[in-house]
Write a protein that binds this ligand. Structure first.
Ligand SMILES: Cc1cc2nc3c(=O)[nH]c(=O)nc-3n(C[C@H](O)[C@H](O)[C@H](O)COP(=O)(O)OP(=O)(O)OC[C@H]3O[C@@H](n4cnc5c(N)ncnc54)[C@H](O)[C@@H]3O)c2cc1C
Length: 261
């Protein structure tokens, strides 16, 4: 069973700023981290490999800085890491990232299950896993909270819905994005960290992937019209009173006046 996990390196989210003049989101220059939802995908990939054998690898579209996120996955025990990187990819929207990843997956060739996080915590579009499945023409199930069974080239998964969950059977290969209920990610061992430092990360650029730059990077279909920080929250009100009962009473009246209750 060969498993490929899509991982995104995301910035330390608390340090992200908005430059309204340049109409840009200014990302911090630190090493960033693996998108937290992708850590659950990595854990699930490792568990599937431990149960069924085969290979478990990670792949990412990013820059030189993405290497540290890929090494963090190698330290957890994934076999290999692939970085898809090229100046032509700069400015790619989620559909373009899907196109680049699909080219990388086709070059990789041999996979049974592709795992991803349910969404990236910075751009949050939750489009990439579906875009990859659509481009590869293979089944997809999003927001998976359990991989129940994998056998005979089929997988049965529990897909989270607003009401509960659906039980879905998919032919393999398939793409599954996962939610954090699926498992408890492991921590890297010291030995894993040492091994990860020495591993070679395979890098493929646009020409390695047979991409001419059309529909990716600056040629993406989406254009950002305006970037602005969210408006500041209005100041709250502190309700004063001599006793908790008096404060509760005043709060009750206020909620009534505002037709909240
Ligand atoms: C017009 C436009 C220009 C942009 N320009 C840039 C830019 O110059 N630089 C930049 O960093 N971002 C840029 N972005 C943001 C970038 O497109 C998204 O971060 C990216 O497409 C992934 O979308 P998402 O973060 O919403 O991922 P989601 O779809 O929310 O992610 C879901 C899952 O997909 C997988 N995944 C997502 N992204 C990747 C990835 N890169 N590699 C591997 N797996 C992945 C992960 O498993 C992740 O958990 C731009 C966006 C737009 C619309």
């Amino acid at each position: 069973m060969n498993i490929v996990i899509l991982i995104k390196q995301v910035p330390e989210i608390a340090l992200v700023k908005v430059d309204e003049t340049a109409n840009e989101v200014v990302l911090p220059q630190g090493p960033g981290t693996v998108n937290p939802f992708d850590e659950y995908a990595v854990e699930e990939g490792l568990r599937l490999k431990e149960k069924h054998g085969g290979k478990c690898v990670v792949i990412s579209v990013g820059t030189d800085r993405t290497e540290s996120a890929l090494r963090a996955c190698l330290a957890l025990g994934v076999d290999d890491a692939y970085l898809l990187s090229d100046d032509k990819f700069h400015g790619s929207d989620p559909q373009a990232i899907g196109k680049i990843l699909t080219a990388g997956l086709k070059k990789l060739g041999d996979f049974d299950i592709i795992l991803a996080g349910k969404q990236a915590i910075d751009s949050d579009s939750a489009q990439v896993p579906g875009a990859v499945a659509a481009r590869l023409g293979i089944p997809q199930a999003m927001f998976v909270k359990k991989i129940e069974a994998v056998e005979d080239n089929k997988a049965v998964v529990f897909r989270t819905t607003e009401e509960g969950y659906d039980v879905v059977e998919a032919n393999l290969p398939a793409v599954f994005s996962v939610v954090k209920e699926i498992n408890e990610p492991r921590l890297p061992s010291l030995r894993g960290k040492m091994t990860a430092k020495k591993k070679t990360i395979t890098r493929w650029n646009a020409s390695d992937l047979g991409l001419d730059g059309n529909d990716v990077g600056a040629q993406s279909g989406t254009k950002v019209i305006k970037v602005a920080p969210p408006p500041p929250r209005p100041k709250g009100e502190i309700i004063e009173g001599e006793t908790p009962e008096e404060i509760a009473d005043k709060l009750f009246q206020k909620l009534r006046e505002n037709q909240v209750i």
